[in-house]
Structures are given as C-alpha cells and as structure tokens.
Design a protein around this ligand. Structure first.
Ligand SMILES: [Zn+2]
Ligand SMILES: [Zn+2]
Length: 258
C-alpha cells in the first residue's frame, strides 16, 4: 500500500517549527521525494528517512525552498556510500541548470560511487516512473510575476503543478502556484486527493474552486507560514462537519496511507 510522508510543510520562510515543503511518495517498489529545498537532508534525518531508501527526486521549480538542498543531499548519499543509482526528475527546461548545479558542487560522476539518471519531463505529457507511479506536469502561474523582466528573458520560468497517479489514486499536487486559477489546472479529472499549498492562495479559494459535490476525498494543506497557522486552524474548525473531515493541516512527519 502506498503512503505519503510529509518531510517538510513550511513555506519559503525559514521556521523552527517546519522544514521547507517536501513529501515522500512511498510505494512497495519505489520511494519518490518531491522537492529538495534548503535543509532537506536534516529534514529527512528528523523524519527518520534513510537517505539510501530514496530512489528518485522530483523538482517542481527553482525557488531555493524547493531545490537548493539537492546537491547537499547527494553529498550525504555519497557519504553513506550509496551504490544504487538515483533518478532525478526535472522539467526539460530546467535540466541544464540542475545538472550544472550538481557538477558545480564538485559532484563528478567519476567520483560519486553511484549514477545519477536525469529524467526530463515535459509539461502536459504523461511521465511514467514505473507501473505504480506516473504523473502529468502542467505549467502554472507561480513565476509569472518575475517572468516579464527583459533582462532575464533567457532564463526558464518553468514551474509545474502535477496530477500524480499512484496505484490508481489521483492526486493533484499544486506545488507552488500563483493564484486560485491554478487550482483548476486539472479540473477535467476526478481527483481523489488534493495537496495544496496555502501560502499564495487562501483555503477558501479551494472551497470556491470546486462544486460542493466534486471536492476531493481529502484536501491536505501544506507550505504553511507560521504566521498563518492560527487562521488555518480556525478555517477548519469553522467548517461544517462533512467538510471538516476532508481537510488535513499537514505537519512535518504526517503520514497518510493512500
Ligand atoms: Zn515554496
Ligand atoms: Zn516557489
């Protein structure tokens, strides 16, 4: 049976209560880590997740709370004398940046002891990790505010939301988004679980984005800023009973069986 393990549930603002946003999809055959921001190695250590158990890492976008811990985590894997290859799933538009980041961290293939397999995904194309896990990435508007600057026009502003299919359960993972409109990116599907960030949107936006009878079974709120926690708790407490049962406020270490 597959399980989600929330490694970090904080926002981009550093906190003593939460690591930056990241979760592990654990199936019988594969462990896929979603995002590896600043401090991910310590977050995994705190969550008692063995570095060697991670088969692949998927990066959603290049804000530091989502990717800058990647090289440091690979160093830890090397120190643990990892032999098993590591998959890195990255948007084809960002693949160069990530490969350079790893090489510029002096992580040379000849001295690693294990192989890194870079696997590029393309927005709107189904990507099969294996028979149990697949996903469709889709560009969202998270980086739209910074993408218009002429000076940086050669830079990629790829930032994806994901429709994950894990052992036939459909999960919409928003990743970081730009506005409530991004909640509708996969509205042509029936979603079992929604994992939504709540830094750039309000939880009310989720309720307003779905017809009441079409809300996902479970709605997990993550990417939480300390300042927002009381408002989020209050939002859930004030929901009517059937809605209250759907919402889960994520915390570091939360495990959800799918
Ligand atoms: Zn973020
Ligand atoms: Zn971001």
């Amino acid at each position: 049976m597959a399980e989600l393990v929330f490694i970090g549930t904080g926002s981009g603002k550093v906190s003593l209560n939460r690591f930056h946003s990241s979760f592990l999809i654990s199936t019988s055959r594969y462990n896929l880590l979603i995002d590896a921001g600043d401090g991910i190695s310590k977050a995994l250590l705190a969550g008692e997740i063995n570095f060697s158990s991670i088969d692949g890492i998927l990066i959603t976008h290049l804000h530091p709370d989502h990717y800058t811990g990647l090289a440091a985590l690979i160093v830890q894997m090397k120190m643990c004398e990892r032999k098993k290859h590591l998959d890195i799933f990255i948007n084809t538009k960002l693949a160069n940046v990530i490969q350079k980041f790893i090489i510029n961290s002096y992580l040379f293939p000849e001295r690693m002891g294990f192989t890194i397999n870079y696997k590029s995904y393309i927005n709107d194309e189904l990507f099969k990790v294996n028979n149990e896990i697949s996903f469709i990435p889709r560009q969202n508007s998270h980086l739209a505010p910074v993408s218009g600057l002429e000076k940086y026009k050669l830079q990629s502003f790829s930032c994806s939301s994901f429709l994950l299919n894990i052992e036939n359960k459909k999960i919409h993972y928003t990743g970081d988004i730009g506005s409530k409109d991004d909640l509708l990116l996969f509205s042509d599907n029936t979603i079992d679980y929604l994992i939504s960030e709540v830094t750039h949107i309000k939880p009310d936006d989720i309720l307003n984005s779905y017809p009441n009878d079409a809300l996902p079974q479970k709605i997990i709120l993550t990417h939480i800023t300390d300042e927002d926690i009381n408002n989020l708790k209050e939002f859930i407490v004030n929901l009517q009973v059937d809605l209250k049962e759907k919402f889960i406020l994520a915390y570091d270490g939360l495990k959800i069986a799918l």
